[in-house]
Write a protein that binds this ligand. Structure first.
Ligand code: HEC
Length: 437
């Protein structure tokens, strides 16, 4: 079951242009995150989860799209106000976000794992483990769905050619095929046959190349017509499970079964960064923010993560109990470690506003309790005459907020060691001082 925005929300950043460049967790799903799509216009993030739902992330709480009867594998922002999803229940759903109306596209006989929308918006393509590609007239279009069955095994990924005249597909049969779409049907040919199953691929919008990832770890870039090898980034990690491309920044992200995200610079064809994203388990889903500066990833955890691309290698792997610290807390001075472990999840040290659950501690010393502008405190704190100082902060954590300021929204928590409290206060004194950011 999914707990509605369970636990502590920390730095849950509103999607969009103003999003802070910091590690972010999208929390609320009740199972692994299998698919991610980022709306290229608004930056809104959609997640597909094992818990049968699609999450649409807004500033504080997600909107849940419920309609699939099994794990949702993939999600795609289609046109404004529409989202497509596909699942283990063999169905594709076309969601109208304004009206809540959902249109089920049924006909596949196996789970559906990937989707694309034609450049003119008239056709939806679906990849299914039944070995076929579904071609569905999109909402408002007439006609019957067609199923292309040229592959010899599960179809794992699909993408329309940017000119809309053709469709590429990848399969567990080890091939990528190009299907020329005509009125009479389609004919297809093999672009590459690499022996091991293809899991995913992306097309450069100028059709300069196709990058693919495969079961055996193959991470290759090929010519889209001849299939000739352009670049080979294969490492010793397998399988490759997710790819994302951001054409403007020329970043190609590759996610694998070992939890790594490799960032390739496609302008110079070199590995720009290689980053262990997940503490445990694979990277199943990847997506870039519209400006390409944040990378979203999903895997075994019931949350999606996002990192600022420019700072990737400074983070330790995310996962249960991690908060994506910039540095290893074990190497921090005690006071800073106390803060990072016990407070940073809810409190910023920077000037307001902050999206964390608690008020920013910027300028804390000498401040009257309950006075950060724009933060909505409990009545206990607004009405309090506590002035925050070494003594009052010490008392807050010696006694615990539940005793020192009963009725406050602050969670019960005590710091038993006087030394730890002293170190924390010393750290806070410096780190919260105005001008110290
Ligand atoms: C789970 C979230 C959470 C954690 C963890 C947490 N706090 Fe808080 N804190 C809050 C909330 C929420 C408030 C506002 C309480 C209210 O309005 O009643 C608060 C209020 C405060 C205030 C009063 C601020 C003001 O403007 O009056 C101080 C000081 C403070 N916290 C310090 C800390 C320190 C130091 C730690 C770590 C040892 C910590 N908190 C850990 C959530 C948290």
């Amino acid at each position: 079951m999914r707990a509605a925005v369970a636990g502590i929300l920390f730095c849950l950043v509103a999607a969009g242009a103003t999003a802070a460049r910091e590690f972010t967790t999208l929390k609320g799903h009740g199972g692994p995150v299998m698919g991610i799509s980022v709306n290229p216009r608004t930056g809104q993030v959609a997640t597909a989860s094992f818990d049968n739902s699609v999450g649409l992330w807004r500033s504080r709480s997600p909107r849940w799209l419920e309609g699939h009867a099994a794990a949702v594998n993939t999600v795609l922002f289609a046109s404004p106000g529409r989202v497509l999803s596909a699942a283990d229940d063999f169905a594709v759903i076309d969601w109208n976000l304004a009206t809540g109306e959902k249109t089920r596209l049924t006909g596949h006989k196996g789970k559906v794992v990937a989707l694309d929308l034609s450049p003119d918006g008239r056709w939806i393509a679906s990849a299914s483990w039944d070995g076929t590609i579904g071609l569905w007239p999109a909402k408002g279009q007439s006609g019957k769905p067609r199923f292309l069955d040229d592959h010899d095994n599960s179809v794992t990924d699909v993408a329309f050619a940017p000119d809309g005249q053709g469709l590429y597909s990848g399969s567990a049969d080890g091939t990528i095929r190009y299907h020329r779409l005509g009125e009479a049907g389609s004919d297809s040919r093999v672009i590459v046959d690499q022996g091991f199953g293809i899991n995913c691929f992306v097309l450069a919008p100028d059709m300069g190349w196709i990058a693919y990832g495969a079961v055996d770890g193959a991470t290759r870039v090929i010519h889209p017509r001849t299939g000739a090898l352009v670049q080979d980034f294969t490492l010793d990690r397998r399988p490759i499970l997710a790819l994302a491309h951001h054409p403007e920044t020329r970043r190609l992200a590759v996610g694998d079964g070992h939890g790594y995200v490799m960032m390739i610079d496609t302008a110079r064809w070199r590995i720009a960064r290689d980053f262990r994203a997940m503490r445990s388990g694979p990277v199943w889903a990847l997506g870039f923010s519209p400006d390409g500066e944040m990378i979203y990833a999903g895997g075994l955890d019931d949350v999606a993560y996002a990192w600022p691309v420019g700072m990737l290698d400074q983070y330790e792997p995310a996962g249960k109990e991690t908060r994506g610290f910039l540095r290893d807390p074990d190497e921090m001075p005690n006071g800073e470690r106390q803060f990072m472990r016990k407070c940073s999840i809810c409190h910023a040290l920077t000037p307001p506003p902050s999206r964390k659950a608690g008020p920013t501690l910027h300028g804390l010393f000498g401040r009257r309790a309950g006075t950060v502008p724009g933060y909505s405190y409990s009545g206990t704190l607004t009405g309090s005459d506590i002035i925050w100082s070494d003594e009052t902060i010490d008392a807050l954590f010696e006694l615990g907020p539940d005793h020192y300021v009963p009725g406050s929204k602050m969670p019960m928590q005590r710091i038993n060691s006087a030394d730890d409290r002293q170190d924390l206060i010393e750290f806070l004194r410096k780190a919260s001082a105005p001008g110290e950011e």
